[in-house]
Design a protein around this ligand. Structure first.
Ligand code: KG4
Ligand code: ZN
Length: 343
């Protein structure tokens, strides 16, 4: 079975073709970062228009990579949420109409389920149930992934997501959008111990996170500093260390609480090198293996959508023509596919 995956939830148009025998055989992506950079963040209307502009040429490119034509595609998977309404509708309408024209099924995919399953694209040792840490621009969640579509959120941010805190702190330090990779680059020049930032919500029980205070702490520290390049690098390092250490502390707690033997880390922030260094240390403390997505599959991409779609399509029996997009869509409200599913 060959599944065409389409991702358009935010500022990346991602297209991929997943073959159930051969794996990923086509993978193209167009990042709108340059388009949004001058505004310091994503402009939704510009994002939607650009997805419409890019999607069809990217589909052709992915088909070419795969040595396929449209008629070789057996199904389509597209991101239906959560994300920006217009951007989601662009991908959903292209995916659904293409499926209708080709007379093949189409399935909607939850963007965060795509992230959560992305490490499985290249690592077949990951098996349900597992503990997952989802860290992206919009989410910071600890999840008990019991089976496909069966996700229990056991901890999450009560305010900003970690990626959002990276982006806002970077903006305040005068770094370009998106700020996550920029902070980690600048942090390499920071002096360890120059500043000590708090580890929010670690002094009380529970698995929730809070990142807005850390961002404010960074602003206040900058305002009290001489605002030199060195001070900014020291703040970037102190911020990154505190943000990631907080994840480490909560993951440690979650593993102890759930007796998990696998921790699957996913989402854009999982590209962070310090996060990988720190969370991999959990393997020495517990009998747990820690898994990450491949480099190309941390941030938004079509491969994770094609893959999640393929897993889901094995259960689907009937596809409606009507479609919708869901800007807000809690991960614990997904359908749990079964062999006699009929929706
Ligand atoms: O998963 P993603 O591409 O989009 C969402 O679903 O939100 O994640 C984007 C987020 C941004 O906030 C970006 O700054 C952050 O991931 N990010 C990073 C790194 N690479 C991307 N944060 C920290 N370190 C990185 N290396
Ligand atoms: Zn994402």
């Amino acid at each position: 079975m060959r599944v065409l995956g389409i991702e358009t939830s935010c500022d990346e148009t991602g297209v991929a073709i997943y073959d159930s025998e051969k794996g990923l055989i086509g993978h193209t992506i167009y990042s709108q970062i340059e388009l949004h950079r001058e505004y310091g963040g994503v402009v939704p209307e510009l994002a939607s228009r650009d997805h419409i502009h890019r999607a069809l040429p990217l589909i052709d490119e992915a088909l070419q990579q795969a040595g396929s034509t449209k008629s070789d595609i057996n199904a389509i998977a597209y991101t239906a949420g959560p994300g920006l309404m217009g951007a989601l509708l662009a991908g959903a309408s292209i995916g659904r109409s293409l499926a209708w024209a080709l007379d093949i099924p189409a399935t909607e995919v939850h963007h965060m389920e795509g992230h959560l399953l992305a490490p499985m694209l290249e690592d077949d040792t990951i098996q349900f149930p597992f503990l997952s840490l989802l860290v992206s621009g919009g989410h910071t969640q600890l999840i008990l992934a019991k089976a496909l579509g069966d996700y229990e959120i056991i901890g999450e941010s009560v305010d900003d997501a970690i990626g959002e805190a990276f982006d806002k702190t970077a903006k305040m330090l005068g770094l370009p959008y998106p700020g996550g990779p920029e902070i980690s680059l600048l942090a390499q020049k920071g002096n360890p111990g120059a500043y000590k930032f708090p580890r929010p919500m670690t002094d009380r029980p529970g698995l929730d996170f809070s990142y807005s205070g850390l961002k404010t702490f960074a602003i206040n520290t900058l305002n009290k500093s001489d605002k030199s390049q060195q001070a900014k690098a020291d703040i970037a390092l102190a911020f990154q260390t505190a943000a990631i250490d907080t994840l480490f502390i909560k993951c440690k707690r979650a593993i102890a609480q759930t007796d998990a033997t696998q921790l699957v880390v996913a989402g854009g922030v999982s590209a962070n090198a310090y996060l990988r260094e720190r969370l991999t240390q959990l393997e020495q403390k517990f009998s747990v293996t820690v898994h990450y997505p491949g480099k190309d599959f941390c941030t938004d991409n079509g491969a994770m959508i094609a893959f999640a779609g393929w897993l889901r399509l094995q259960y689907k029996t009937h596809q409606p023509l009507a479609f919708t997009a869901r800007p807000r869509w809690p991960l614990n409200q997904l359908t749990k596919p079964s062999n006699n599913e009929d929706n």
